[in-house]
Design a protein around this ligand. Structure first.
Ligand code: ACM
Length: 538
């Protein structure tokens, strides 16, 4: 290995290298052992991986370049530099002036000649001299950056260099997702989670190429988003949560901050206001909303199905118009989720009337309506989206209407289901979902729903039994990593035995991120040779 203390030697060598053939030029890196790109850390597994022998040396002399004129690419390059800094402590320049010491270059390039032309497609070419990431969109480049982050060696190479060198194995990756909607839901209503907690969840979702975070912003136990025209929703309805703690809510500024943070990670926030059931907190704040005939009181228990809006009052729809309008104005994404589940004390005819009226309100505010699978019992447009959680019959009604479906079957995809009888948190009314069952199923053909009607997959995390980020992480990880692969990688490329090894290799990342994941005994978790503190000392 070349010593970089000896500059003149480097310059001399530079001249020799320029004069020599391509192969000779790569001598510096041929010392790296053969690495198998396919067996590395990548989750979701990319569509196509071609391995070659060798490695790209990522070190203090590497530079990142991107086109200044391709909208959004400079931000993606900046994100990569930030994450390389967090992993390796290397401060790489982005579009800096090349220095005489510069060796390898990472180039993020806008290209419209990829093998796949999906909006999130990308191609990654790693040679000993350069890393070239091609995509036609910043989203695609961002997804490719996650792959790149995953294949940078966890620790510096044990070489003779006087400075640390990380390896990126050489080869070619061609990649594109199978589903356009790849989401997780966080229930911030049963227990409130701070802006900081949600941002950490976004960081983790982004690493596994999720593109949607659905926030369940209201329920019987709490209302979590400031509505300026109806301030008591948060003053009163935001003051409680399950178990009697203080609750909390996002101000509109907080919510904007979350939306912007998600956007930086190419993640869309889908806001949900659950109605006409699951509305006790709203009705305590404004009792005219209530349609269940009882005097509403704040509720801190875990029952469902006891509350409803009054679906026959114009003032209720005026209220909903304000709420949807304020939230829609803060949400750049295309969707608004109206809940619609478990309205057990709403008469069926009232429920149908309600969903049809609310659909018009959502459309008026420029959004496409999503609802839990019950909404398909109403006469709604094919543009509405049904989120399948429980009922095959409702899924069939949605198909009959030509609606798209988001797959979230509770038995397979609910992150709040316990792993097994020993799980510290979670429920098991739908199933126990150990790490292998979460992965070994086929959303593409679940319950006979045709693939072309499936918009994607979403893993909901309900929060009745979890009240802090550690508990959230215990239920979400590692299963959320498996759902990422189910929604990105086609079924032909999925295999539990292969996935299990790649999942085991996530441990150093999860540890570095201080994620308190459930250490499933099904997985032979890889522990880092060095602790993060040791790496930082380098
Ligand atoms: C649900 O789990 N009530 C959608």
């Amino acid at each position: 290995m070349i010593s970089h203390l000896n500059r003149s030697f480097v310059l001399l060598l530079g001249i020799i290298l320029i004069l020599s053939c391509e192969k000779e030029k790569n001598k510096r890196v041929l010392q790296f052992p053969k690495t198998d790109l396919a067996a590395q850390n990548m989750i979701p597994k990319p569509l196509k991986v071609i391995t070659t022998e060798g490695g790209f040396a990522l070190d203090q002399f590497t530079a990142i370049h991107t086109s200044e004129t391709a909208t959004g690419f400079i931000d993606v390059a900046g994100f990569l530099a930030e994450k390389i800094q967090a992993k390796t402590k290397l401060d790489l320049s982005v579009n800096g002036t090349p220095s005489e010491n510069q060796e390898g270059v990472i180039y993020i390039h806008r290209s419209d000649s990829l093998e796949h032309d999906a909006p999130e497609a990308y191609q990654l070419y790693v040679t000993p001299d350069s890393v070239i990431l091609n995509s036609n969109t910043p989203e695609g480049a961002f997804r490719g950056v996650q792959t790149l982050r995953q294949i940078i060696s966890e620790v510096p190479n044990d070489t003779l260099a006087e400075y640390p060198v990380w390896t990126i194995p050489t080869g070619k990756i061609v990649d594109s997702p199978s589903f356009e909607y790849r989401g997780s839901m966080l229930d911030v209503a049963r227990h409130f989670f701070s802006v900081e907690d949600v941002k950490k969840y976004i960081d983790l979702l982004a690493y596994y190429k999720y593109n949607v975070l659905h926030l369940h912003l209201s329920d019987d136990q709490g209302w979590r988003i400031e509505i300026k025209s109806w301030p008591k929703l948060t003053e009163v309805g935001g003051s409680t949560e399950v178990g009697g703690e203080a609750g909390g809510f996002y101000t509109q500024e907080d919510y904007k901050d979350l939306v912007a943070y998600a956007a930086k990670h190419h993640i869309t926030i889908v806001p949900e206001i659950d109605m006409p059931g699951h509305t006790n907190a709203a009705s305590v704040s404004y009792p005219f909303l209530n349609g269940n005939g009882k005097t509403p009181e704040l509720y801190e228990g875990m029952r469902v199905g006891f509350s409803t809006f009054d679906t026959r009052k114009d003032t209720v729809y005026a209220f909903i118009d304000d709420v949807v309008g304020e939230i829609a104005a803060l949400s750049p994404g295309p969707y608004f989720h109206i809940g619609g589940d478990e309205s057990h004390v709403t008469k069926k005819s009232d429920y149908i009337h309600f969903v049809e009226k609310v659909e018009k309100i959502v459309q008026k505010h420029g959004k496409r309506m999503i609802g839990w699978d019950e909404i398909a019992t109403a006469g709604i447009d094919s543009t509405a989206i049904s989120q399948f959680w429980a009922s095959k019959e409702n899924a069939q009604l949605a198909l009959d209407k030509g609606m798209k479906i988001i797959m979230s079957p509770a038995k397979k995809a609910y992150l709040d289901m316990q792993y097994d009888t020993l799980s510290k948190h979670g429920l098991h009314w739908a199933a126990y979902i150990p790490t292998d069952s979460a992965y070994i199923w086929t959303p593409e053909e679940y319950e006979g729903i045709p693939m072309e009607h499936i918009l994607g997959l979403e893993a909901p995390l309900w929060s009745e039994t979890i009240s802090n980020i550690d508990e959230l992480e215990y239920l979400a990880f590692p299963r959320a990593i498996g759902y990422a692969e189910l929604s990105w990688t086609p079924k032909e490329n999925r295999d539990w035995e292969n996935y299990k090894v790649r999942l085991a290799n996530q441990a150093p990342f999860l540890d570095r991120m201080n994620v308190k994941y459930y250490p499933s005994p099904l997985i032979d978790w890889k522990k880092s040779k060095f602790t993060y503190e040791e790496i930082k000392k380098d």
